[in-house]
Structure formats: structure tokens, C-alpha cells
Design a protein around this ligand. Structure first.
Ligand SMILES: [Zn+2]
Ligand SMILES: [Zn+2]
Ligand SMILES: [Zn+2]
Length: 418
């Protein structure tokens, strides 16, 4: 019986102790709760006000119980308030608080909030102390971060850096970063004489300034490169864009620095002149570039154009006149197929080939101007075999319509000049 009774007493005491330790745990949880970042701001402020409302004794208990959780709560509170009183007087004199009528409660509250930081061995600035304690950061030993740069050093001024506590962000150490001994390179400023671009022969000058002080670091004269140096669709050297659109035509920079022309989805001019754009020669007409643009009435191709792609003017049913410069040596296959309004074509002096079906369906074609038209041969080329069907010998008077007749009659053949 006696042992049973003793057992009961022991179990009672044990459960009381467990209950007590649970209670102290709950109290300690409060500060960490307020730290939680997931909690909405409203809830946070509520928690805070609750904290402020809780008796100062409790807060003190919380602070101390974390260092010695096993001691009884009552004794803790007593010791806390005892030490608090002495500490309060110290703090009061330091902070030069004039009011002597402060109630004991508020005194204790003040001291209890400063308690955690006083416990710490590391020197902490008074300003951040109040801040951190109001944020209810649990007392801890600061963990120092690596150096954090606040201000980069320049060639004119020193920089600054600091180390902070990785938990509470209190600044633990500050230092300066030595002024740079060298300038920092800014972007290259390039100047090119007007009208010069990559691919032209000529020079450009490049200047590099210091980002910080603006001093010139380097100046140089360079030969214009043979090819554009594209970066984000703009040439780094001459500043030309990879493509630009004007009058319904789009101009693409070729590696050699000249333009290839094609059409854009925009409305196109009635009378197209293909020659120089942006002071740069257009040398190539893309295959199918103007096909089915029924709004075009005439085309003038300047001497700088050397290449026309196949079907370039396919089914341009409104074109009446075409003039091709001396740079072009070949009218490729099906170039003017379906240009039913085409009346007059001037082919230029250097034409060597007229491709298969180049003028197919050009039922209105009448004027075809070709110089030296006397030695044209009509050939059929299949694989490696070339068959010569006949010659196109122009009469001395170069009768209008004569060449057109031949071209239309033998439209399925390829014409070549001897
Ligand atoms: Zn800290
Ligand atoms: Zn500088
Ligand atoms: Zn360029």
C-alpha cells in the first residue's frame, strides 16, 4: 500500500513537471512565431500587440527560460525582476530618461526587452538592439556573413563593405575597399566616315572611355572589316541593321556588306527601283521576291544588281515595263512567268542566258531590247546533253517584236549567248 501511494505521488509530480515544461515551451514559441515569414502582415501585427500586452514577467521568463529551461518559472521571474531593477537604473541613466514616475511594470518591460542583448557577449550597437528586440528575435550568438560589398570602388573613390549576422542582419563589421588603380573600360565608341560601311574600303576610329571618370583609355584607327560583325541584328562596327524595310521592300545585309532585296507584307510602290538603299548597293533580288505583287506597274533594276532569283516577278499581272541593268547576266527560269501585261523588256548588255519559261504567258510582250542579239542560240539542255535548235540572228534594223516572237514561241527552251 505504501509503495502504491508513493508511486501515485511520484506520477503526480511527474505529470505536473511535464505540464510545466510544455507551458514554458509554449511561451518560448511566441517569438519564433512572429518571425515566420509565411504569416500574413495582419496576423503578424496582432501577434505583436498580443506580445506587448502579455505581462512583462512572462516575456522575461521567456528570455531566461531559454537559457535555463529546467528551473522553476516562479524563481525565474523573481530573479529576472531583481536583475531587471538594477539594469533598469543603468539604462535609465544612459538613455537620460527624465520621467521618474515610470511605473514598475513599464520599467520591467523595458529591461526585459533589453535583456536578450545584454546576455550576449558580442558588442552590439544600441540602435539595432532596440530594433532587433522589438522584432522579437530570439537571443543567439551572431553568425557572421562573408564580406558584402556596399559600394564598388572606382578609379576616383574607395568602396565599402560590411559583414552582418546571417540571422538578424545586424552589421558586425565594416571596412573600406581600396580605390581602383586602373580605369574601368566603357563601351567602344565607333566613328565611321559617312557613307562608309563594312565591305567598303575605309577606316574607322574607336574610342574607349572609363565608365567612372570619362578619361579616354584608348583610341585606335582600324580598317573597315570585309564583313559585318552582327550582334542582335545590328552590325557592331558600322551600325547597320540586319534588315530594314522601305517602300514595301525589305533589305537584308549580305555577308559581303551589300543588300539582298525581297518584299515585306506592307503595300508596295507601283514603280519599283532596285539599286542603292542606305547608300549601300543592292546586289541580289531574292527568288520569288516580288511574285504575285499585282500592284507593281514597272521595275527598274540598276547596274549594281548582279543576281535575280528564280520566279522573282512570277505572276505580277500589272507590270508593263521592265528595265534590267548591265550587272545582270542571267534571267533565270520562270522569272516573268504570268506577267500578262508585260509589254517592254530591256535586258541589258551583259545578258548571257534566258532561262526556261522565263517569259511564259507574257502574251503582250512586244519590245525586247538586247544588244548584240545576233549570236543568240536556242538550246535545249537535258542533263549533260546540249542540243542546238537554231540561231536567233537579229536583222540589221532590229525589228521590234522580232525577239519577242522567238522568246514566246520557244518559251520552253533555254536561250544562251555564244
Ligand atoms: Zn544575430
Ligand atoms: Zn577612370
Ligand atoms: Zn558593318
Amino acid at each position: 500500500m505504501k509503495t502504491k501511494h508513493a508511486f501515485r505521488v511520484i506520477s503526480c509530480v511527474l505529470s505536473l513537471l511535464i505540464a510545466l515544461s510544455l507551458l514554458s515551451c509554449d511561451v518560448r514559441k511566441i517569438p519564433s512565431k512572429t518571425e515566420s515569414t509565411e504569416m500574413p502582415t495582419e496576423a503578424k501585427t496582432e501577434e505583436k500587440t498580443q506580445l506587448e500586452e502579455t505581462t512583462p514577467d512572462e516575456t522575461a521568463t521567456a528570455a531566461i527560460s531559454s537559457t535555463s529551461p529546467e528551473s522553476a518559472t516562479e524563481t525565474e521571474t523573481e530573479t529576472a525582476s531583481e536583475t531587471n531593477e538594477t539594469l533598469t537604473s543603468e539604462i535609465e541613466t544612459e538613455a537620460e530618461i527624465t520621467s521618474t514616475e515610470t511605473s514598475t511594470e513599464s520599467e520591467v518591460e523595458e529591461t526585459s526587452t533589453s535583456l536578450p542583448s545584454l546576455e550576449e557577449t558580442t558588442a552590439v550597437q544600441t540602435e539595432s538592439e532596440t530594433e532587433s528586440s522589438s522584432e522579437t528575435v530570439a537571443p543567439h550568438t551572431h553568425k557572421s556573413s562573408k564580406w558584402i560589398v556596399d559600394k564598388e570602388p572606382t578609379c576616383k573613390s574607395a568602396g565599402s563593405k560590411h559583414k552582418e549576422c546571417t540571422d538578424c542582419k545586424i552589421v558586425l563589421e565594416t571596412d573600406t575597399i581600396e580605390k581602383l588603380k586602373t580605369h574601368r573600360e566603357g563601351t567602344k565608341q565607333i566613328e565611321i566616315e559617312k557613307g562608309l560601311f563594312c565591305g567598303n574600303s575605309g577606316e574607322y576610329s574607336a574610342t574607349v572611355n572609363c565608365i567612372d571618370c570619362g578619361d579616354i583609355i584608348s583610341v585606335g584607327k582600324y580598317e573597315l572589316p570585309k564583313k559585318h560583325k552582327m550582334s542582335n541584328n545590328v552590325c557592331e562596327i558600322c551600325g547597320l541593321p540586319q534588315s530594314s524595310t522601305n517602300g514595301g521592300m525589305t533589305f537584308y545585309l549580305k555577308p559581303d556588306g551589300t543588300y539582298l532585296v525581297t518584299t515585306s507584307s506592307k503595300a508596295i510602290d507601283e514603280n519599283i527601283v532596285i539599286g542603292v538603299y542606305n547608300d549601300i548597293s543592292v546586289t541580289e533580288i531574292n527568288g520569288g521576291a516580288f511574285s504575285e505583287r499585282i500592284d507593281i506597274k514597272s521595275i527598274t533594276i540598276a547596274y549594281c544588281v548582279t543576281t535575280i532569283g528564280e520566279m522573282a516577278f512570277y505572276n505580277c499581272t500589272s507590270i508593263k515595263n521592265v528595265s534590267i541593268g548591265n550587272g545582270v547576266s542571267e534571267i533565270p527560269d520562270e522569272t516573268f512567268w504570268g506577267c500578262t501585261s508585260l509589254r517592254s523588256v530591256s535586258l541589258g548588255d551583259n545578258i548571257k542566258t534566258i532561262g526556261y519559261r522565263a517569259f511564259k504567258g507574257c502574251s503582250n510582250l512586244y519590245y525586247v531590247y538586247i544588244t548584240g542579239a545576233y549570236d543568240w542560240k536556242l538550246r535545249s539542255e537535258r542533263g549533260n546533253t546540249t542540243t542546238v535548235y537554231g540561231s536567233w540572228i537579229a536583222k540589221e534594223d532590229n525589228r521590234q517584236g522580232f525577239a519577242a516572237d522567238y522568246l514566246l514561241e520557244y518559251v520552253a527552251y533555254k536561250w544562251t549567248r555564244k
